[in-house]
Write a protein that binds this ligand. Structure first.
Ligand SMILES: [Zn+2]
Ligand SMILES: [Zn+2]
Length: 334
């Protein structure tokens, strides 16, 4: 019996999970569950739509839970739970920017994103613990990858990587004309290029926003397959190319990143290569997005307003925040 199994019913583990539930209060789900063990916790910075944000992360033996910090170690909100069953990790090479060192991608069916720790040691520990938990949970040895697996969610391209719609390449964004994210490929697109919705079962139970390029791919695939109604069953994988575009940008200075974003606009990532060659023209006039009441595009980072005070306290490079409760639950990462 492993240390984790032995301690699943220990009072210490029950108390720790209760403390996590208390931090989220009524904004979170119940986390106590037979056999569930809290392995470790810490503050990681997560790349959100607009910038890196501190998030409290918890690693359980069957899932990762994270949330936005209202009061450090006391009050959290916007709880998210990602099952470990289909999780992969892809390391990110360190950059010049101190805030973007010690990072890796968390890739899963429902959500994929970048996280960073304050120290290299924490990165190694987090990745080793996650790998061990995924392997124990699934029997799958391969958790670390160098390319994004086919059926994981696309990593969203950060807002500041695009000044112009990456689909039509015509609409320029401004405070009135808002940016939207295609849930299938992760590109930053205008509202006119993302009027379609598709059912991507792993991402949401409701139909979600997709860009016109992805709409062509999914509807072409659906008509080929006849009865196919599930857009996620096309087998196409935009995530890797999009992530590569982000990778290409993330280790450069801001100016270079903007240049790269401009280049990206000239040759958008994968969807266009699978689409008919003619240019995409929105078939309706643009409506200023400010007039739209829809807030479905809001990521968690837009809800709480300015968290910069928390950010300053939490994002000190070298300032370790992570604790793991089961030292022997590690395996060396590949
Ligand atoms: Zn557009
Ligand atoms: Zn798309």
């Amino acid at each position: 019996m492993s240390a984790v199994e032995r301690l699943a019913n220990s009072q210490a583990n029950i108390d720790r999970i209760q403390a996590v539930e208390a931090c989220f209060g009524s904004s979170g789900k119940m986390l106590q569950k037979a056999g569930r063990v809290l392995i470790g916790e810490g503050i990681l910075t997560k790349m959100c739509r607009k910038k890196l944000k501190p998030r409290q992360f918890y690693l359980f033996n069957d899932c990762i839970v994270y949330g936005s910090i209202i009061i450090p170690r006391k009050k959290l909100t916007r709880q998210r739970l990602i099952p470990l069953a289909h999780m992969f990790l892809r390391p990110i090479a360190d950059t010049e920017s101190a805030a973007m060192k010690h990072g890796w991608y968390i890739l899963s069916k429902g959500k994929s994103f970048q996280v960073f720790t304050a120290t290299e040691q924490e990165k190694r520990e987090w990745m080793a613990h996650i790998c061990k938990c995924v392997s124990d949970q699934t029997g799958r040895e391969q958790v670390m990858v160098t390319e994004d697996p086919k059926d994981t969610a696309a990593v969203w391209i950060p807002d500041d990587k695009a000044t112009t719609c990456m689909c039509c390449r015509k609409v320029k964004f401004n405070p009135v004309i808002r940016k939207h994210h295609c849930r299938r490929c992760g590109m930053v697109v205008c509202s006119g290029c993302s009027r379609n919705r598709a059912l991507l079962a792993d991402i949401d139970e409701k139909p979600v926003r997709i860009c016109d390029l992805c709409h062509r791919v999914t509807s072409a695939a659906a008509s080929q397959e006849g009865a196919a109604t599930n857009a996620s069953s096309t087998g196409a994988t935009p995530a890797a190319a999009v992530a590569a575009a982000v990778d290409a940008s993330e280790d450069k200075s801001t100016e270079v990143a903007q240049e790269l974003a401009a280049q990206t606009l000239e040759s958008p990532p994968s969807p266009v290569s699978r689409s008919p060659a003619e240019p995409v023209t929105p078939d309706e006039p643009m409506t200023p997005d400010a007039l739209s009441s829809s807030d479905e595009d809001e990521d968690e980072d837009d809800i709480l307003g300015d968290l910069s005070k928390v950010s300053r306290e939490m994002m000190i490079p070298g300032n370790r925040t992570s604790v793991f409760f089961f030292a022997d639950n590690k395996r060396e990462s590949a």
